[in-house]
Design a protein around this ligand. Structure first.
Ligand code: EPS
Length: 388
């Protein structure tokens, strides 16, 4: 069923991060500049920490692509960690730990530290945090960048924006879903007044040694009717999107379309009435966020995700030392105050990957040409029946 898959590997301060994508058709032209633009967008954002000044994340593709085109084999991508140079012996693959190695033993509430060290029976929380770090999201964006290149050839675009940071929300009357087009500001926010207030909130949190979360929204246009399926739980497009979004570090909630707002509505207010006007099937609303019955319905896809505040606090919370069980304050690592704008770029990437997978499931094909001709003949039928 799932035709596309990927794995990522690498520690935050290891030599490099890597990913392998398997199942991409051959013949997809890849624009290196566009893909690296997404890598840079993930690094931006008011409230990011010192690490982003060290790294200049660029994708190095080492397999599956020749002369700028996919060739059908697994695509391997590497992103080097510049900061590894500062960690050397502390992150060595072999040999003894250096004498001055300071083990991390104060678990951070909200992080993978406590459950991870217990599960994997390690004595240094670093063995857990190096992999649980959101640095891994660099590879999600790299994978998503390849998926986006494929989708753009199929007439599908994916963009995002930040709608809330620490309780400061955009004015929905000012920002329409149709405005979200990929141009980004410092916080990837389309309401300039709200963005200023969000920055103020981040500034205050930083001063207090605290952190902030928020909400972002991903919008996908050009998705044809009928991706996913109502027939089985694991073929439902909404389930696949929700799982993919929830897999992003620090995401604790996902909504499709009106999501939790539905709970307050009457059925007569909630559903998008169907019309047939000038030979076309139309809707006047999109409460469903482009998915009905687990399938795309031809409207714009709208997915929202809520991110919790980053668990590394400069004014640390109460915790325990995992070696002694003594009460301690949680460990402090260099970190971000707020990374919601970065998470929005990661959300785009995961959405692009899920749509690319669903597209291949429906249209198959070993080559981009096969996929495009299959889409074209399907769209002929859709057109006859009044769909876009
Ligand atoms: C991140 C890299 C990390 C953190 C952040 C995201 O780098 P470092 O730990 O060296 O500062 O800045 O990760 C976390 C907030 C976390 O809890 O792991 C990145 O590349 O996005």
């Amino acid at each position: 069923m799932a035709r596309l898959r990927f794995l990522t590997a690498g520690e935050s301060h290891g030599k490099c991060l890597s990913a392998i994508i398997e199942g991409m058709p051959s013949g997809i032209p890849l624009d290196e500049g566009e893909m690296n633009h997404d890598m840079a967008r993930r690094q931006m954002g008011y409230g990011r920490g010192g690490r982003m000044k060290i790294e200049h994340d660029t994708m190095e593709i080492v397999s599956g692509v020749r002369f700028g085109e996919t060739i059908g084999g697994p695509i391997t991508i590497i992103v080097k960690n510049r900061d590894h140079g500062n960690w050397g012996a502390k992150m060595a693959t072999f040999g003894e730990p250096p004498d001055d190695l300071a083990r991390v033993t104060a678990a951070r509430p909200g992080h993978a530290d406590l459950a991870g060290i217990e599960k994997y029976d390690r004595s240094d929380i670093r063995d857990i945090l190096e992999r649980s770090s959101a640095r891994e999201t660099a590879m999600r964006v790299a994978v998503g960048a390849v998926a986006k290149q494929f989708l753009s050839r199929c007439g599908i675009t994916v963009a995002s924006h930040v709608t809330n940071i620490g309780g400061v929300s955009i004015d929905r009357a000012k920002v329409k879903v149709s405005d979200i087009n990929g141009t980004s500001s410092e916080l990837n926010c389309y309401d300039k007044d709200a963005e200023e207030r969000m920055k103020e909130k981040i500034r205050a949190a930083k001063e207090a040694g605290d952190t902030l979360g928020g909400v972002f929204e991903v919008v996908a246009r050009g998705v044809p009717v009928g991706l996913g399926s109502h027939a089985e739980y694991d073929r439902r497009l909404d389930a696949r999107l929700a799982g993919a979004m929830m897999s992003i570090q620090a995401i604790k909630g996902v909504e499709i379309g009106d999501g939790f707002l539905y709970a307050d509505m009457l059925g007569s207010e909630a559903h998008d009435e169907i019309y047939y006007e000038d030979g076309r099937v139309t809707r006047r609303t999109n409460h469903a966020g482009g998915i009905e019955g687990g399938m795309s319905n031809g409207e714009t896809l709208v997915v929202r995700a809520a991110m919790k505040p980053i668990p590394t606090l400069m004014q640390p919370l109460h915790s325990i030392d995992v070696a002694t069980r003594e009460p301690v304050l949680a460990s402090k690592e260099r970190s971000d105050v707020c990374a919601v704008s970065a998470a929005s770029v990661v959300g785009e990437a995961m959405t692009a990957f899920v749509i690319a997978d669903a597209l291949l499931e429906k249209f198959g094909g070993d080559t981009l040409g096969d996929v495009l001709s299959s889409i074209a003949s399907y769209k002929e039928r859709l057109k006859r029946n009044g769909f876009k």
